[in-house]
Design a protein around this ligand. Sequence first.
Ligand code: SAM
Length: 257
Amino acid sequence: MQARTLTAFALLAAAAIGVFMAFWLNPFRDSAEPEPSASPRDDDPFAAARRRMVEWQLADRDISDARVLEVMGRVARHRFVPEELWKQAYEDYPLPIGLDQTISQPYIVALMTQLARPTADCKALEVGIGSGYQSAVLAELCKQVYGIEILQPLANEAEKRMAELGYKNVVVRCGDGYQGWPEHAPFDVILVTAAPDHVPQPLIDQLAPGGRLVIPVGRHFQALLLIEKQPDGSIDRTTVAPVQFVPMTGEAEQKRK
Ligand SMILES: C[S@@+](CC[C@H](N)C(=O)[O-])C[C@H]1O[C@@H](n2cnc3c(N)ncnc32)[C@H](O)[C@@H]1O
């Protein structure tokens, strides 16, 4: 009886070791979907700068959404600016990305993201994708992101960068974002990162009920607006803060009042 118990115990132990070895030696053990490479690694030389950015520029101001803070601490902003500017990538100001355009200040990216309240199942549109940084932040928080950029070289670069960094849920197209992207509407979240002097009606029309549009509006003096479409279709408008964005070109320019 005792010998049988011992044999059963030995068999059980051998099976457990077998399962453990099979797991450990499994060549597919690490083949799960890769993390986007915009996420920091342990040897990321900018990890400390990014942590300081999150603490001093975001959390110490009014960014309180834990998911936004976590993502801003994870997405490698330096990968979205020219290499000679990497050391400045986590400073508290916008940076040039070519063709007289800029990547927004980290705080503004965080503020717009927080105002938009993205959820894991939401569909987002960014008008003015520029470097792709804002869309990368959205892509970490949304199911699908669509980005429009009016300048062809920037659109090409953003598309290439998103692919290199592993963002499979971002689609980029070159075009004028004034008319939105009707084929993919309605959107739960729309962020506009170039300033028209009025809110384009097509963007309001393409907001889903309950959706949020965050947009800078104005010419010499701009204000960041939060526009929310209620479930009954009515619109709430809140002025959030004075801001300074590049002007929206294309149709917005022609319709300037
Ligand atoms: C402040 S930059 C955007 C920064 C971007 N969000 C980022 O994270 O790098 C504004 C961008 O909007 C683009 N833009 C201006 N007018 C536009 C329009 N009508 N449609 C689409 N993009 C537009 C500009 O070319 C520029 O790249």
